[in-house]
Design a protein. Sequence first.
Length: 580
Amino acid sequence: MKRALLLITLLLQMVSASQALAIVEESLETATSDKVVVAYVTSWTRTIPDPSVMTHLNYAFGHVTDTYDGVRVDNPDRLRKMVALKKKAPQLKVLLSIGGWGSGRFSEMAASDSLRLSFAHDARRVADEFGLDGIDIDWEYPTQSSAGISSSPRDTRNFTLLMRDLRLALGDDRLLTIATVASGEYIDLRACVQYINLVNVMSYDMASAPKHHSALYPSDISGWMTTSQAVDAHLRAGVPREKLVMGMPLYGRGLRGYDATPQKTPGITEHWNELSMVPYLTDSTGRVVMGFENERSLGIKCQYILEHGLRGGMYWEYGDDHQAPLRQTICDILMRGQAGPYPADYAGKRVRFRALLLWEPGAESAHVDFDRQAIQFFHKLSYGEGFTYDVRTVCPDALDTLRKYDVVVMLNTLPGSPAQRRAFEQYMEQGGGWLGFHATAYNDRNTHWPWLNDFLGCGPFLCNTWPPQPALVEVEGNEWHPVTRSLPRQFVAPASEFYQFSPSPRVNKDVEVLVSISPKNYPMGIKDIVTHGDFPIVWTNTKYRMVYLNMGHGDEAFIDATQNLLFTNAFRWVAFQNKK
């Protein structure tokens, strides 16, 4: 890409102006994606944007006039310069964004039929006068006065009427878009989305330091919402994926006196959060002082847009030359189709961690069937040398041996001797990783291992279903937890013997239940029947780096792609929680 840009630069220096224009236009036509990239460009900056890195330019801002019946444009001459960019980028759509934080008089205007119609017709006049492709409404926010503007409980209803009147005034040949708060509140999106071409989700400014303001997924540094939660909120509110544009900031947000250039500030360290998929800065005390974006985090967000079938990405704001690499990353992935290996982030054949697989060949046949298939499953996961693994039938009884492994996977077996149990306890108490299946949680009165109950975070074994049968399961952590966020809300787990515990792990404040059996299955079983009660089958005890999965009986555990993904996510999450 850089070589191509250099070549274009050299050609532009050598050919005439008309030839240069033809070259730029040809480069714009090489876009291989139908995704949109919406860039907000402000009236108070002087930078002339590069139109080749965006599909839509939203000029910020226009405002509702003091008389509540028209549109006032900030710095009209700069808006004309933005529209003039269409001469060398005919595909570019230029819109006037009306509103912004602290821009008021929306409530009064939208509440009156006559004022609302006058405003809509004046918006059309402005579009005609400046040669705009449409209007963007950034009312922050209907029914709310937090920005120091007037509001009314009827704003939500009147917003829908405003969209209707704007659509009638603009006609089908002009775009009508809106900017929305991350949570999707204050607007009846389901009612008004029929009039709107694009919904630009402001999935940023969702926190302040010491939290990250634009985390992709939840973690201990995320704020009241995350970008993924904002997308989910809008989809639930009725916004079609083909109209949903996910917002991304090209700026950092933090404590005064800090910026996203840690090398310039003594005592400031840059970090990467593997859960939230964003970078952040800490001071010498470890306090988070800024959350920001870099090419890696924006690349991952763009990949999220592609994987979730969204219409595209939006960013605030275009900025200056310092933001050029960030803008180019978004353009390359969303407009040029250069996906890039951002989520995987493997470095050649570098081994990332070591795993130990434990199993018991003398166990009951159904458990041995699962264990053998599980070993093959994890063997395939190791392709490409992302990790290495050893297989043993006896748990090591030396702590130093266990410390060699980043995660211990127990397949229907537990440490048996006092020495083995003591070594495993020390390993986990000192930050070891564990993934346990099925019989590893069989902790009845004959187990004689009190520590195991505390470690699992549940009471002793109570009962089980029999014979093995499939079960409809409910995913409880899919909106935020890395183990389950890529799973559907429900799926049918292959046939297994499922254990129930009393008390349930759910009553333990340190336990996070990730998957449970749906009550719709009750009564469950034919010989051994479970008729009621809470039935978690996948959980993590947050005091440890661990995940327990109740599956593991028989030879059908690996026939379902969704359950296989659950196993994979849990394994990788436990491994990558290792601070090493």
